[in-house]
Structure formats: C-alpha cells, structure tokens
Write a protein that binds this ligand. Structure first.
Ligand SMILES: NC(=O)c1ccc[n+]([C@@H]2O[C@H](COP(=O)([O-])OP(=O)(O)OC[C@H]3O[C@@H](n4cnc5c(N)ncnc54)[C@H](O)[C@@H]3O)[C@@H](O)[C@H]2O)c1
Length: 413
C-alpha cells in the first residue's frame, strides 16, 4: 500500500501497533428507538462493536455515526486514524493501530471481546486490482477469511463488507453490439438483486476481476458457515458510495484513487478529466450519509438481517462517467469557480493506459434495494446533484464553512 504523504506519525502503523482511548462527552446511551443494543442482566449495556477498517472512508463515517447515535462502545482497528478526527477523543472509542496481516493474535482477541464485528478491511481501489492482484486476494480473501473464522470460533455476529462488483457485468456486452437491445431491456439487465442475479465476470487474463472474485468467494464461505448454523452474518454490497473523506487527492498522496477524487483534482487544477475508455460506463452514486443510515439499521436489527445479503445504493442516481464529469464541472462552475481560473475539459484514455494491462470494467450496475426497503424501511434521501454537491463541498470549502456537510442523524427506525 502506498504510504500516504502528510500523515501524522501516530496515525501511521507502529511496529507493534498501539491502542488509545480518548475522551470527550459521551452521547446518552440507550436513546435508540428501534435499535437493539446488547443487554446483560437487567441493565442496558453498551454493545461492543469492533470496526475493522474503521479508519477508512466508510468505516470512519460509521464510527462517527454509531458514537453520535449512542449505545455503542466502539473499537476502530486500522492502519491509519486521520479520518477519525471527528471522533478521536470520544470516551466510547478505542482506536487500535495495526496491520491485520501480521496481527492475528490481537485481532482474534478483539473479536472475542466484541458483540459484533464489522469488517471493512480491503484493498478497494481498481488500480491495485491491476497492479497488485496477489496483494488484493491475500488481503481481501485470506485475511478476511481469518476474521470470519474468528467469528465462527467465538460465536460473534459478523457484518461483512463485500461489493457491488461481485455482480460483474450485465448481459449486454455478452449479447454483443449486434443484438438489438431496447433502452428498457438494457436498464432491466442492469438492475442487480441480492438473491437472484447471476454474477458475470470477465476472463482470468483481465485480472481486475480478482477483486470481485475474492469478495465473491468470501461471501460464499460466509454463506456456507451460515448453512452449517455456525455463523450469524449479514453481507453488505455497497454501490458507489461517495462523500467527504473518500480516498485522497492525487496531489496529496501517492497512489491512484477512485474516479471522483481524480475529477476533484482536475477541478482544482483546471486540468483534463480522463475518461477511461470513453467514460460510457454507468454507476449509481450514493451519499455516504444515506449509506450509513442503512448500515446503522443493519447493526441495530440483527434478527431482520440474519444471513441476509443487502445491496445498499441509490438506484435513481445513475450517471455515466462522462455525465459525472460534466455534472461535476457544472456544479463547480456554479458553486465555487472564481470566474478566472480554467475549467477542466475531458479527454479519453484507454483502460490499459490509465490502469495498466489487465483492466476491464462493469458496463452498468443499478441496485435493487427492495430488500433494504422491506426489511429495514430504508430509503435513500439524496438525489444525484445533492450527492455530488455535498461530496464536493468537503474539498472546496474551509472546514468551518462546510455547512452542507451536516452530520447525518441516524434514526435506526
Ligand atoms: N466505497 C464504496 O463505494 C465501496 C464499494 C464497494 C465495496 N466497498 C467495500 O467497503 C469496504 C470499505 O471501503 P472504503 O471505501 O471505506 O475503502 P477504504 O480504503 O477507505 O477503507 C479500507 C480501510 O482498510 C484499511 N486497511 C487496509 N489494509 C489494512 C491492513 N492490512 N490492516 C489494517 N487496516 C487495513 C485501510 O487503511 C482503510 O482505512 C471495503 O471492503 C470495500 O471493498 C466499498
């Protein structure tokens, strides 16, 4: 993993790792209408939640959200802690710095001490799937499987983060351009359901699919442990979450972040936005606030979510990457452009040139969220313009002026 520039030493992985608990006023426990928290004896207890990958984009928002909500003692385990800035200091948070690849005993102990394990640790960046496929499978499958087995061994509930990439491609590219597919059919092919859709990946030589494949195999093992009645689990398949703190700007850190961050950099510099293979691929974008609300409901309702897989996404927020670029330029022009600096233009680059040989992509994916609606009563609230504007505001406004990036209120109801 590329070492981020400008990170504080305490935020870096120590040789043996470190544990810190930090304190500011705690939220009131047990105010959670609709939430189930662990009860021991007759007293309401705080549920002990271990968030592996709690220093990442989704993990840090989840930690913040759980602490704001109250009723949880949270251990956030990660290589880094910078994104936990909001919660570092909270008396109900313990941050544990460590590398899961060499910290097995301690991770098992943390699992044994928890009521619930939420595992988000993964390499989740397309450039790594192409440049370091073995590292991807070793972390995303081998190391995550150990966590699954600790949960089996100690009888702990597991919420396992998978990915919408397990769905792979729609059938449209298989049918081929010569087949006449109506717009309506094409959209229908692109809607993926947790328990009925087929998972269609590309050839082995297109090694970008190793990410999807590793996550899929992990899901299948989790499911198999459930079949043997040895694991209480829920699997989450996120569909393109974006928001404050996603990745990093390429100018601030080595590496190759996800597309939203590349486009932000182009807006800041007035340079070109690169559209990989023309940017015709379509994605449905979900604001992190909406996603965290759904995840919080999964945390709080173990019975409804037992042995279920959930898509989390905003089906109405679909754009092609080309449209995403245009929409971000337009929002930037309207909200933050000084009228003087250069606005970005776009250019097409090949996937192999941008990511390296072995790149391939999903053409389109739209989440079917019937299950989250039915079992959790969850509905995404933010339309695409608001998703983009709130996410972009984080990078274009001074922290104190980030009024748009209000804190999500988790209802858990
Ligand atoms: N963001 C999305 O839209 C999205 C989409 C599909 C799937 N996912 C999945 O959700 C999960 C979280 O994704 P994210 O977007 O927050 O990514 P992220 O990269 O921000 O978070 C992953 C975290 O894992 C940590 N980590 C990596 N290797 C580690 C190691 N060896 N030891 C300890 N910690 C380590 C990283 O430091 C990082 O904080 C991942 O499993 C990812 O595959 C996310």
């Amino acid at each position: 993993m590329a070492a981020p520039r400008g990170r504080t030493q305490e935020g870096r992985r120590g040789s043996g790792g470190s544990e810190q608990s930090i304190g500011i006023a705690a939220p009131v426990a047990g105010q959670a209408a609709g939430f189930t928290v662990a009860r021991k004896g007759r007293d309401l207890q705080f549920m002990n939640v271990l968030v592996l990958g709690g220093g990442g984009f989704i993990g840090s928002h989840l930690v913040d959200g759980l602490l704001r909500r109250g009723g949880y003692d949270v251990v956030a385990y990660d290589l880094y802690r910078e994104k936990l800035e909001e919660s570092i200091g909270h008396e109900r948070l313990r941050y544990v710095a460590g590398d899961i690849r060499s910290d097995h005993e301690r991770v098992e102990r943390l699992v044994a001490e928890s009521d619930l394990v939420i595992d988000l640790i993964a390499h989740a960046n397309p450039s790594l799937y192409v440049s370091n496929p073995l590292d991807v499978v070793r972390l995303n499958f081998d190391e995550n499987l150990k966590v699954v087995e600790y949960c089996v061994e100690h009888g702990r509930r597991l919420i396992q983060f998978s990915t919408c990439e397990v769905y792979g491609k729609t059938v449209a590219p298989l049918i081929g351009p010569e087949a006449v597919v109506s717009e309506e059919d094409a959209a229908r092919y692109a809607v993926f359901s947790e328990d009925t859709s087929h998972l269609i990946l590309g050839p082995v030589g297109k090694h970008r699919w190793i990410y999807s494949c590793a996550k899929q195999l992990l899901e299948r093992l989790v499911h198999a442990y459930g079949l043997e009645d040895r694991l209480d689990y829920t699997i989450i398949r996120p569909f393109n979450f974006i928001g404050p703190r996603i990745d990093y700007l390429p100018s601030e850190q080595d590496g190759n972040p996800r597309v939203f961050s590349h486009f932000l950099q182009a807006l800041k510099d007035g340079t070109r936005m690169k559209l990989v293979d023309g940017g015709g691929q379509r994605r449905a974008y979900t604001l992190i606030d909406d996603a965290i609300e759904c995840i919080a409901r999964i945390v709080g309702r173990p019975d409804a979510c037992r042995r279920e897989i959930f898509n989390i996404g905003s089906p109405d927020n679909e754009l092609s990457i080309r449209e995403l670029a245009a929409r971000m330029i337009e929002i930037y022009r309207r909200r933050w452009w000084d009228g003087v600096g250069r606005l970005p233009t776009t250019e097409t680059v090949s996937g192999d040139a941008f990511y390296g040989e072995g790149y391939d992509d999903s053409d389109r994916r739209i989440p079917d969220i019937t299950k989250a609606r039915t079992l959790l009563g969850w509905e995404p609230r933010f339309g695409i313009d608001e998703v983009l504007e709130r996410s972009m505001a984080y990078w274009f406004e001074e922290p104190l002026e980030r009024g748009l990036v209000e804190k999500p209120v988790l209802t858990g109801a």
